[in-house]
Design a protein. Structure first.
Length: 198
């Protein structure tokens, strides 16, 4: 059997790290951060505790990477909004952005569960709070830009209201998924923000 190349080792490390992050995401979302031990994460990921420490020095460092991974979708929406600004009308950008949010919500329920769960647990973890605030601030800034282009005078406050509505919708969908008519809520919200008169 031929020895592994540097590229193969890099790929193995990348896959192992991803496996740890996914296992952590699942356990943090289900059991909570404080109730999830490094041993439990290692077992869930199918690796040894020692190997896990080769990738992450502490549970808090692992949590930080999980949060970044979980919020990457929000950053993707933010980046795609910027690209779309040059290709679509402001109303079309708003509609597409809202549609992307709902799609992300449906496809990434575990991420949303983790986000809400962590929001209640990490007030005493400044390094994690800093990451969340930075990403939230970036997304909020993009919404401000789109709302301003759509003619909202107080676009900064409106962006906060929109973000709060989206958080509330996500929370209700996670709690009441089987009885929550997400499609109807999506259509109402799109109508509210994409009609001509404000």
């Amino acid at each position: 059997m031929a020895p592994k190349t540097n590229e193969q080792f890099k790929q193995i490390r990348k896959e192992s790290k991803a496996k740890i992050l996914v296992a952590s995401l699942e356990l943090f979302a289900i059991d909570g951060y404080h109730n999830t031990s490094i041993s439990k994460i290692a077992k869930h990921a199918g690796i040894s505790k020692g190997l896990l420490y080769n990738y992450f020095e502490s549970k808090e460092e692992l949590l930080k990477e999980v949060v970044v991974m979980s919020l990457e979708d929000a950053m993707t929406i933010s980046e795609e909004m910027l690209v779309q600004l040059s290709e679509m009308s402001p109303s079309e950008v708003m509609k597409t952005s809202l549609e992307m949010f709902f799609q992300m919500l449906i496809e990434n329920k575990t991420m949303w569960k983790l986000t809400f769960s962590l929001a209640m647990q990490i007030t005493n973890m400044p390094s994690i709070t800093e990451v969340i605030l930075k990403m939230f601030g970036d997304v909020l800034q993009q919404f401000e830009m789109v709302l301003q282009l759509n003619g909202y005078e107080d676009y900064k406050t409106e962006a906060k209201l929109l973000a709060a509505q989206l958080d509330g919708i996500a929370l209700h969908y996670i709690i009441f998924e089987k009885t929550y008519n997400l499609e109807e809520v999506k259509e109402k919200l799109i109508h509210k923000y994409c009609k001509n008169e404000k």
